[in-house]
Design a protein around this ligand. Sequence first.
Ligand SMILES: *Cc1c(COP(=O)(O)O)cnc(C)c1O
Length: 374
Amino acid sequence: MTDLSMGKGCDALALASVRGIAAYQTGKPIAELARETGIAESDIVKLASNENPLGMSPSAMAAAAAALNELARYPDGAGFDLKAALSGRFGLSPAQIVLGNGSNDVLDIVGRVFLGPGTSAVYSQHAFAVYGLVCQTVGAERIEVPARDYGHDLAAMRAAIRPDTRIVWIANPNNPTGTLLAPEAVREFIFSLPEHVVAVLDEAYTEYLTPAQRGDSLAWVREHPRLLVTRTFAKIHGLAGLRVGFGVGEPTLIDLCNRVRQPFNVNSLALAAAVAALGDEDFVTRSAAANREGMAQMCAGLDALGVPYIPSAGNFVAVEVGDAAMVNAGLLQHGVIVRPVAGYGMPRHLRVSIGLPHENQRFLDVLAGLLKRD
Ligand SMILES: *Cc1c(COP(=O)(O)O)cnc(C)c1O
């Protein structure tokens, strides 16, 4: 019989840096849990991916629907309309903006501009997983700095910078801990960085902050040539499924990012919906208010159960449940999906997104039942 084997697979051929990557763990889809447990999708509560429980702005939905007619054509690779809308909204020039297929794409783009073998990047323990993944993908060394009370220790991060360091990642607020740095501290840190380092300030949750908590980071880029601020339409704007985010920096930095970017990285529906979402300030205000109320409900419920959690400035909270794998399995059995964060070095926590009042209550009730049992 002829041996049709094609020989060895390609695992051994892959870069060692890539073989070492543990794939990003996403929140479990509702349909998957329904298939696994037989629980009806309508009875499942998903508080796992920091999505907006109010959905999206109706005008964003209408704009995406209207754009369906044009899907046979490539999107505007320059994103003219969205950059114009962002410029108007934030007082920027379009040359200061790079668009991304989600802000994760922007994080990946800036990583590929500055990182590679022989370079390193600094970030905090328990910081957003994508920073480490980007480093590994391009073969840069990861310098993970121990956190302080689950938050970024800026002095230690500053001290960890080496001559080969090219990027310092800062998540404010951070995911999955929800920890927040004061705007003055972030500004001072960024402006104290040596000239061979680019600061990437990831502000995926900034719209949930109060004005006092929020720094004027988009204005800082005018004074700082090595600062990239990233934002997303996935969180408060409720467009997670469309994949759209952006980065703001000085034009030279943005030009470098645009060279690395895929030419049509943001699709037509996302471009149209994002413009409309930006215009619906009322939806953003309502979403922030709903999150504040939901967070208060969640924290009061946890306090009543005597379950500790990390105070959060985002739309989620890291809850210290003890044996998180076991509690997570129990929650899933009862149709509640949250996010295990053992991969973030937090095996005793579960990250719970703030949902609608009945969803938050469902989580609290199921958790109470599980904790009573043991
Ligand atoms: C959710 C999130 C992002 C954004 O993700 P996209 O959906 O790719 O825009 C970026 N940074 C942090 C810290 C996040 O939690």
